[in-house]
Design a protein around this ligand. Sequence first.
Ligand code: BDP
Length: 704
Amino acid sequence: MNFLKHNVFLLLLLVSVSSYADDGYRLWLKYDRIADAAKRETYARSAQFIALNGSSLILKTAAEELQAGLQGLLGKPIPIIASAGNQTGGILLTVNKAANPDVQRLNDEGYQITNRSNIAIAGKTDAGVLYGVFALLRQLQTAQPINGLSITSSPKIQYRLLNHWDNTNGTIERGYAGESLWKWIELPETIDPRYRDYARANASLGINGTVINNVNASARFLTAEYLEKVAALANVFRSYGIRLYLSVYFPAPKTIGGLKTADPLDPDVKKWWTDKVKEIYKVIPDFGGFLVKANSEGEPGPQDYGRDHADGANMLAEALAPYDGIVMWRAFVYKADPKADRFKAAYEEFKHLDGKFNRKVIVQVKNGPIDFQPREPFSPLFGNMPKTPLAMEFQITQEYMGHSTNWVYEAPLFKECLDSDTYVSRKGSTVANVVDGSLHNYPLTAIAGVANTGADRNWTGHPMAQANWYAFGRLAWDHTLSSEAIAREWINMTLTQEPKAVKTITDLMLRSREIYVNYNTPIGLSRPWTGAHFAPEPWQNQSSRPDWTAIYYHRADSIGLGFDRTASGSNALEQYRPEVRRVWENAETCPLPYLLWFHHVPWTKKLSTGRTLWDELCTRFYTGADSVGWMQQQWAQVKPAVDPQLFADVAGRLQTQHKEAIWWRDSWLLYFQPFARQPIPSPFKKPERTLEDVKRLSDIYRLR
Ligand code: BDP
């Protein structure tokens, strides 16, 4: 009976393990046993033990992660021992401060991996060793040779953070993968094991910080009750080298402190923040600092008291000064001025403050001047704040990129911005070189990604969106990696190693963003109008402010389409260096992908493709939507090589994506057509529905 019970249990376990195994929860850290026995044997010969030289929390994590990874990949337990002695064929984990000159050349979080008689993973700090462990595991997971291995790597950017837009009530602003990961009601007593898995995933990429709450912040996070909960999360993250940060509500001294003002120059306000920071560090000794959205989209800030952003940021930085914390002050600020061009706002708000910030302040700038569009030119602040460290803010969550039903691999978007040339001091002054500090010698460097994680079992809703979290982390560590290399790595670790399938999926990923742009916002259209940012509404002409309507952005009229930002229009282009401006301000030389960002182009104007603007738009919208059909066909081909559950999930989402692509195409074109007064050119078939039909469809998404 006992025997039977035991076997039934084992059977159940196996069944649950096999269904559990493929639900996406394990992300890129699968560690399934390597199928090729010879390869497994080769690896195993170099991984007979793990010698751990040291005992810090993070080193212990490093050893345990290595042990768990190897156990999975090699299918056998590997002991952790204190010292290798004369033994060979093992893996040594060492924090090596003085001895090794190669290690000396690393920066604080860098690592070196060599394979002579033992594999040695060394760093100047325990965090470096942890990152080295994940790098070695990555080698094995992607079936790379390890003989004679010699890798050194240091992160190019110091602060590599996720920004969560999570609220106290469990919702996530612009989150498309379920509720928040953080269970505030249960904390601090109940620690969901998922917090640790979250930390592991981040550490495996080198992410070393996380802002756990929404930039539209609640003051509640600064109460003693919530700080206790927040500290419980920080305790979990600490062993993975991840520091916790908070978004703060600027008027908190009023809301929860009982003061009459939140004026940053008021002595009582300063004292309130100084005391609050002290209280935070008491419960979170390695607290990272504050992220602030102020005087932006209705959030209060120092300007409410006649002060500027520097006054606000510096006051917080001074409160943090006794500790090792920083302030990340967001540049996403634009006033409700009906005559202004929102494009110019961040530059106008911040440029004149260059040099006025405390040395612990980083100004955090969205990649583009407006708002995380599927394609934007780089923000003109990059290169124009030489005395103020600027952090890059990317959005990983797909607010404008089809939420959880559109497959968009974002690495090409991130790279396009990072590789843009600002022409600040010489050719090759890229945005990446601004952000990594090399151009202006910034004392602090940072990059943030607005997270796409949620409580969905697979973390990101769309299974392919895991790749965007992955790509953000890998680029935060090393912005010179290529989109293709990152995609291959991720696919090999997460989906399949069957060479043809890897190639097909890589190709799909690399083309996915351009396909999306084609059916969503081609030739430099944008769509940051108000609402859920899901349904197409190019006709939207009413809102509480003009820059929250659609017509403000596309400016369609009987003559043409696009926002004139040249000298004859808003002249936003003056914010760029002459080398950039010259190319973009001339409609003949402006690259097509940016054309409507800067020019109001006649419908009949012939473009560099030989087609008129109207025909080019139609071509893009139609081929974009058709390309989703191509994506479906390509995906069908990889069926034998990927997990069936995952295959079906992605196939379903692609079907939805196809419908949505056609909806976007029809909406834009049916709306523009009365302005352009032209037929849909052959060989394209005109939409089967009317403008009223698509409007009705979009209205459904507004219903309560
Ligand atoms: C916009 C989002 C809004 C955010 C805001 C921000 O629509 O939900 O609060 O950005 O970044 O993209 O502060």
